[in-house]
Design a protein around this ligand. Structure first.
Ligand code: ZN
Length: 260
């Protein structure tokens, strides 16, 4: 892989990281594609296999049949089949935290891979929830999805809350549902107070998530965008790298280590 992006750009980003002390990393599906998780929107992605209508909050709440269907999807591992592992992009981001440079990660992903790579869960703001958990819609009890799967894999009906028999829903944001309370506000706070925001693997087309990098830029931070395709904010980036996340982040971190 020769010229996926010029050394100049890699060096420029490394220099920015070396100087920064409050970095916010903003990630989307592109950071996880190397881990084998398909982009929800791409051909062959989730929505070519499942009906997005089944993932609207209205349908989920009103139809026991939809909940049953979703439970079968979880049981059959339709969404998370191969037990994905973090890739070199996730590890590079975790290394930024070890260097003491990271304010937080703001992610659109629900795959838990930042935490698995070593980022402090307290510093990972998940705008769209986390697929690893189920949450009771009545009492807010949270369950590890794998543990419920182990207990209820052969049940016909979707399991209910062990405390109050409420409906259990994957702890991710469905279409038509509000973001988890407080999470976007915290992401906005960190964006307003960072000195460098690095977008990795997001096309910045889903709102309100896509506001986060813009808030940072407007508050005076430097903006780096690393994404395979173009985004609506490319012209506002201080450095724009159109390439996949893994190799680029690996090269950037190698440079950074030499500078701090
Ligand atoms: Zn409950």
């Amino acid at each position: 892989m020769s010229d996926i992006s010029s050394d100049d750009k890699i060096n420029a980003v490394a220099a920015m990281i070396a100087q920064a002390s409050r970095i916010v990393v903003f990630t989307g599906a592109g950071v996880s594609t190397e881990s084998g998780i398909p982009d929800f929107r791409s051909p062959g992605g989730i929505w070519t296999k499942f009906d997005p209508e089944d993932f609207t909050i209205d349908r989920f709440l009103s139809s026991a049949e939809t909940r049953r269907k979703q439970w079968r999807i979880l049981v059959e591992g339709g969404l998370m089949k191969a037990r994905p592992e973090p890739n070199r992009a996730h590890y590079a981001i975790a290394e930024l935290e070890k260097m003491g440079k990271l304010s937080c990660v703001v992610t659109q992903n629900v795959d838990n891979l930042h935490q698995m790579a070593g980022n402090d869960p307290e510093k990972v703001f998940e705008l769209h929830g986390n697929m690893r958990y189920l949450k009771c819609l009545s009492c807010e009890a949270r369950y590890v999805a794998d543990e419920m799967l182990a207990k209820h894999a052969f049940d016909e009906e979707a399991p209910v809350c062990e405390r109050c028999r409420g409906i259990l829903k994957p702890d991710v944001i469905f279409f038509g549902e509000a973001l988890p309370p407080g999470v976007f506000e915290q992401a906005t706070y960190h964006a307003n107070n960072c000195d460098l925001l690095i977008v990795i693997g997001s096309s910045l087309v889903v709102y309100p998530a896509a506001y986060v990098p813009i808030y940072a830029k407007e508050a005076g931070a430097k903006l780096v965008i690393i994404n395979m395709s173009s985004t609506p904010y490319d012209r506002r980036a201080d450095v724009l790298i159109n390439a996949s996340a893994g190799e680029v982040m690996e090269r950037i971190l190698r440079e950074v280590r030499g500078r701090i």
